[in-house]
Design a protein around this ligand. Structure first.
Ligand code: NAD
Ligand code: UFG
Length: 333
């Protein structure tokens, strides 16, 4: 059996990726320190897939524990989703982010190297592009992150590229996600942010469920059709499938890839509000507020390369993202 290790596999993206690999017949080991997740999610993965998930509570910065794990298991590759992702916190506490996201990845890569595991899929982010120079942004768009979180993502991209350019055997799939949203169709896997959600869809979802009074729309004076920020939202199930396709491609062809993962379609904050109202049957209160520092008017992916290279294209749209998020919001998981 082909076995993969999914770091951050108890988190929002990692759990959906784990289920995608389980359903495709892979043996899946999940590694997580549960700093932003719960072991219960891994039980749900077993229930949904009907398969055993090998769980390891390890911090990716624990070199000894990682070395032991890689020596005692035979992994075909690693899907590396573990990481801290709060942009604002990264500005306040940059060293926490460099340590977790960069040092942690170095430990992982050392353990992989020692065990001769040469395939890795990495959770990068469209945030590495910084302020858009042109739209939609392709993979060659200049890279200029504007916060420490984005810097950590770009640094890891460089490390992975250096490992390959140096003539090593490492093959990577660097996936630059645009705006992940939605939940699993079962209503049993999704994202439950701790505290106030920073991201739009989880926030709207909590307004619809009555946990929050109103959505603050951060700016309605942008140069967009309705003045509110436009983003490329990508369904979590499509995103999970991109990891499987990318992994199968790099292992079968012995190559590396670097791909945007989005839909190529842009929706404004008010478009998302409308779609969520339709999905939930609720009317959502909104307050027009000042722009959020660091935000841009529009972020949009050019997605042709993923289709050309790994044969992947998003199947789901905004309606599914809102309906699936709403099902998850109302579930008691
Ligand atoms: P998440 O917080 O739900 O999942 C991350 C998981 O990694 C959590 O389960 C957390 O406990 C674990 N983790 C963090 N540090 C760890 C460490 N040192 N050792 C072991 N486990 C650790 O976040 P997510 O949304 O699932 O994001 C997954 C990855 O995708 C992250 O690397 C994130 O930066 C990246 N990403 C996310 C988005 C997004 O909008 N959600 C966008 C672009 C990129
Ligand atoms: N927004 C609001 N009100 C809110 C939350 C968000 O109006 O309460 C707006 C934002 O101003 C933006 C849009 O909704 O126009 C989307 O905001 P998110 O915070 O959901 O997403 P971002 O595009 O700001 O950031 C996300 C991830 C980052 C990642 C980035 C780039 O959170 O980690 O996409 O892909 F780096």
């Amino acid at each position: 059996m082909h076995n993969v290790l999914i770091t951050g596999g108890a988190g929002y993206i990692g759990s959906h990726v784990a289920l995608e690999f389980l359903n495709a017949g892979y043996g899946v080991a999940v590694l997580d320190n549960f700093s932003n997740s719960d072991a219960k999610t891994v039980e749900t993965l077993s229930e949904l897939s009907g398969k055993v998930v090998d769980l390891h509570q390890i911090d990716i910065r624990d070199q000894a524990a990682l070395n032991t794990l890689f020596q005692s298991h035979k992994f075909e590759g690693v899907i590396h989703c573990a990481g801290l992702k709060a942009v604002g916190e990264s500005v306040e506490l940059p060293l926490k982010y460099y340590d977790n996201n960069v040092t942690g990845t170095l430990c992982l890569l050392r353990a992989m190297g020692k065990a001769n595991v040469t395939n890795i899929v990495f959770s990068s982010s469209a945030t590495i592009y910084g302020k858009p120079q042109y739209l939609p942004m392709d993979e060659s768009h200049p890279q200029s992150p504007i916060n420490p979180y984005g810097n950590t993502k770009l640094m890891v991209e460089w490390i992975l590229q250096d490992l390959e350019n140096g003539g090593g055997a490492m093959r990577s799939a660097i996936l630059r996600y645009f705006n992940p949203a939605g939940a699993h169709k079962s209503g049993r896997l999704g994202e439950r942010p701790k505290g106030t959600p920073a991201n739009l869809v989880p926030f709207i979802s909590q307004v619809a469920s009555g946990q929050r009074e109103a959505l603050n729309v951060w700016g309605n004076d942008y140069d967009t059709a309705d003045g509110t920020g436009v983003r490329d939202y990508i369904h979590i199930l499509d995103l999970a499938n991109a990891h499987l396709k990318a992994f199968q491609h790099i292992t079968a062809k012995d190559v590396s890839v670097l791909l945007n993962i989005g839909t190529g379609l842009g929706y404004s904050v008010l478009d998302v509000v409308k779609a969520f109202e339709a999905a939930s049957g609720k009317t959502l209160a909104v307050n027009m507020s000042a722009r959020r520092p660091g935000d841009v008017a529009t972020y949009l992916a050019k997605v042709d390369l993923a289709q050309e290279v790994i044969g992947w294209k998003a199947k789901y749209g905004l309606k599914d993202m809102c309906e699936d998020q709403w099902r998850w919001e109302r579930s008691d998981v």
